[in-house]
Design a protein around this ligand. Structure first.
Ligand code: NDP
Length: 285
């Protein structure tokens, strides 16, 4: 049985080119999508993510506004900037790159973003809408994972889905999206008993643990779909996922690589949300 490698880079390119045409058409109607990206401090990984997001904006024709703030920026100053951007008509989406330095409370910052501009879908209003089945914006990483699962050709209905990780940005919303597509979802975390047994039972595995090559091929049921959200940088600078790719691809029927799997899809979904935000703000939700 061959294993299909789900190419997130290719899929993201396709989605971005569709968005580019959509943005061209919107501009003719007087809608010019804009995204504000705020980065606080000098975290190298955050810098890489912000640059990728700006580059994707350029490719699609979205205007991007970058705010690079010092590591010692205070919470009030950051929230002051967000309040200003909330009122700025040129800005349809506001993205605050996480993590933030210790002196800033992330929850307070996320809560200060106008939910209509919350293209990451982290604001409690958007989280609540997702939970109740009426999402406006889908959270980018889980939405990207759903697109990749669709690419594998599998119908989620009735499938055993195991999500490893329960963070607010990946694991929890991932579980909600799989459930919304009629999967039977188990969410695992660091206190889960018999983790290997749970993974072995899964038709669809989504790994969002943050531990390099934590999930081995022998944990996986033959024929399962494996989506690897993890991004881990090894000492030699090599990037690996949460799944041991070489052993997993021997048993899985489809798998995402790292890099080139979920990462590019996250950015494509952010672009999609920004275009959606621009349309909604112009035409009303
Ligand atoms: P968090 O650190 O917030 O969450 C990790 C989760 O893994 C927690 O729920 C934790 O459990 C669980 N966990 C930790 N150790 C174990 C274990 N031994 N067994 C089972 N579960 C365990 O990370 P994120 O959700 O933010 O990110 C996860 C990974 O995804 C990271 O590598 C991150 O870099 C990557 N990522 C990639 C993105 C992309 O675009 N591709 C976007 C966002 C993240 P507990 O809750 O009990 O502590």
């Amino acid at each position: 049985m061959g294993c299909k490698v789900l190419n997130g880079r290719e899929l993201a390119t396709r989605i971005k080119s569709e968005l580019k045409s959509e943005v061209e058409a919107l501009k003719k109607k007087g809608i010019f999508p804009g995204l504000a990206v705020i980065i606080v401090g000098n975290d190298p990984a955050s810098r890489v993510y912000v640059n990728s997001k700006k580059k994707a904006c350029e490719e699609i024709g979205i205007q991007s506004f970058e705010y690079a703030l010092d590591e010692d920026t205070g919470e009030e100053e950051l929230i002051g900037l967000i309040n200003k951007l909330n009122k700025d008509d040129k800005v349809n989406g506001i993205l605050v790159q996480l993590p933030l330095p210790k002196q800033i409370n992330e929850d307070k910052v996320i809560n200060s973003i106008d939910p209509k501009k919350d293209v990451d879908a982290f604001h409690p209003v958007n989280v609540g809408k997702l939970m109740t089945g009426n999402p406006v914006f889908l959270p980018c990483t889980p939405a990207g994972v759903m697109e990749l699962i669709k690419e594998s050709g599998i119908d989620i209905t009735g499938k055993e889905c195991v999500v490893i990780g329960r963070s607010n940005i990946v694991g929890k919303p991932m579980a909600v999206l799989l459930l919304s597509q009629n999967g039977t979802v188990t969410v695992c975390h660091s206190k889960t008993a018999n983790l290997e047994e749970k993974i072995k039972n899964a038709d669809i595995i989504v790994a969002a643990v943050g531990k390099p090559e934590f999930i081995k091929g022998n944990f996986i049921k033959p024929g399962a779909i494996v989506i690897d959200v993890g991004i881990n940088r090894l000492e030699g600078k090599k990037l690996v996922g949460d799944v041991e790719f070489e052993t997993a691809k021997e048993v899985a029927s489809a798998i995402t690589p790292v890099p080139g799997g979920v990462g590019p899809m996250t950015i494509a979904m952010l672009m999609k949300n920004t275009v959606k935000a621009a349309v909604f703000q112009k035409e009303g939700i």
